[in-house]
Write a protein that binds this ligand. Structure first.
Ligand code: ADP
Ligand code: MG
Length: 395
């Protein structure tokens, strides 16, 4: 018996990874926001100084020797924050740190500047520089390119990381699935191959005994024949799972009846089987009989186990919500599967039985989903009342 906790362990690891990713993402955003706030404050200071410089220039005596200093050290020092100086009617007078197309008409330049002013207004209130009664100017400004980039940087970075992780995850799970496929297929092929040799020899022996007068009236021969045929079926299953199986349009109800026919004689007489169909007898579905019978057997054997040998199993062919598909419900009156385990039962190795392998449902799902392009799931189940598995097959 393999421990049943693989599935829940996986869920816990997923949760852990998600939490770590969330913490990293959040701290990146918080840290950059801190930087943005600092840089923004500095730009604010720069622009305040700029305004002060302008104010001083306007008030100063033309001959003041400080003018050069203010022009060079304060006004020109702003090399990053885009600013537009306007008159009281918001008509542009001068601008700085804005890249406008070269060689354009004055009118077009004015238009572009006005559009910039509109954008700047959304970000910051303009600074007023005035000498009451003499003049009134506005300084419009916006965040520098560096600051803007920094503001969006963490989101861009996180998006890129998220995309990369997603791609990595899919690549990884694809390669893991491919590996699993090779194991299933390889093992099945090997089994079919190994069974082949003794089986053909057994078949030859059986034919010999059937024809020999020495074994006339011996019931053994008949029984031997049955076992040989059963071995043949098993070999066929393994060989089908080890290759690309051929799907044929088969009358579904007949196929189900045949599959149950074998089981019926091998389980307790207290288990009743019912086969029902909402469709005409001859309605077909695309199946590979050896593999499909294997699925029915696995599900019904589980049902018998769940009922502890007493109860009823109903197989109902019914309509499916999926287009061009047909459903087969297998309902039992067993102990049921709790909600939290209804997906886990399909995980290879999950079992609640002392001597179980936990491969029956994993195999059944593989057969239906990979080989029949259908679906297999727990349709509903109630603890203590019973379970219904649903298979959706293509018509
Ligand atoms: N019809 C059912 N009713 C209740 N439990 C079920 C039923 N079918 C499957 N299970 C649960 O799913 C588990 C896995 O089934 P399976 O993959 O066939 O492995 P195994 O039969 O070897 O345990 C079972 O151990 C059982 O707990
Ligand atoms: Mg089983």
């Amino acid at each position: 018996m393999i421990p049943t906790s693989i599935y829940s362990k996986k869920a816990r690891i997923k949760l852990l990874i998600m939490t770590v990713a969330l913490v990293i993402g959040a701290s990146t955003v918080i840290y950059t926001n801190l930087l943005v706030a600092k840089l923004s404050e500095r730009e604010q200071q720069l622009i305040d100084l700029y305004a002060k410089g302008l104010r001083y220039m306007n008030n100063a005596d033309i001959n003041s020797g400080n003018l050069v200093f203010i022009q060079e050290e304060i006004i020109d020092a702003n090399r990053s924050v885009p600013v537009i100086l306007t008159d009281e009617n918001e008509e542009p007078i001068a601008y700085k740190n804005l890249t406008l197309p070269q060689k354009i008409s004055k009118k077009r330049e004015n238009n572009l500047l006005r559009r910039e002013i509109a954008k700047m207004k959304l970000q910051h209130k303009p600074i007023v520089v005035e000498e009451p009664g003499v003049f009134k100017n506005y300084i419009f400004y916006k965040d520098s390119e560096l600051l803007t980039q920094l503001r969006y940087y963490p989101y861009v970075q996180l998006t890129v990381i998220a995309c990369l992780s997603l791609i990595a995850y899919y690549a990884f799970s694809y390669s893991r699935k491919a590996e699993q496929n090779r194991v299933w297929v390889g093992l099945a092929k090997e089994t079919a191959h190994q069974l082949g040799t003794p089986l053909s020899s057994l078949m030859a022996w059986y034919e010999y005994m059937k024809g020999s007068p020495r074994f006339d009236n011996e019931p053994i021969v008949e029984e031997l024949g049955k076992d040989v045929r059963r071995l043949e079926i098993i070999t066929e299953r393994f060989s089908n799972i080890g290759s690309v199986p051929i799907l044929k349009d088969e009358p579904l109800k007949k196929v189900v009846e045949n599959a149950i026919g074998y089981l019926r004689n091998r389980v307790s007489q207290k288990v009743a089987f019912y086969i029902e169909s909402e469709f005409p007898e001859e309605t077909t579905a695309k199946v590979n009989i050896p593999l499909f019978e294997w699925v029915i057997e696995n599900i019904c054997k589980n049902a018998v186990d769940a009922m502890e040998g007493k109860g009823s199993i109903t197989l109902r062919i019914t309509k499916s919500n999926t287009k061009n598909a047909i459903a087969l419900d297998i309902q039992d009156t067993g102990k049921g599967i709790p909600k939290t385990k209804q997906e886990e039962v399909f995980v290879p190795g999950f079992t609640t039985k002392k001597r179980g392998w936990g491969l029956g449902l994993a195999l059944a799902r593989r057969i239906i989903e990979n080989y029949h392009q259908g679906r297999l799931f727990v349709k509903n189940s109630e603890v203590g009342k019973g379970t219904t598995f649903r298979m959706v097959l293509n018509r």
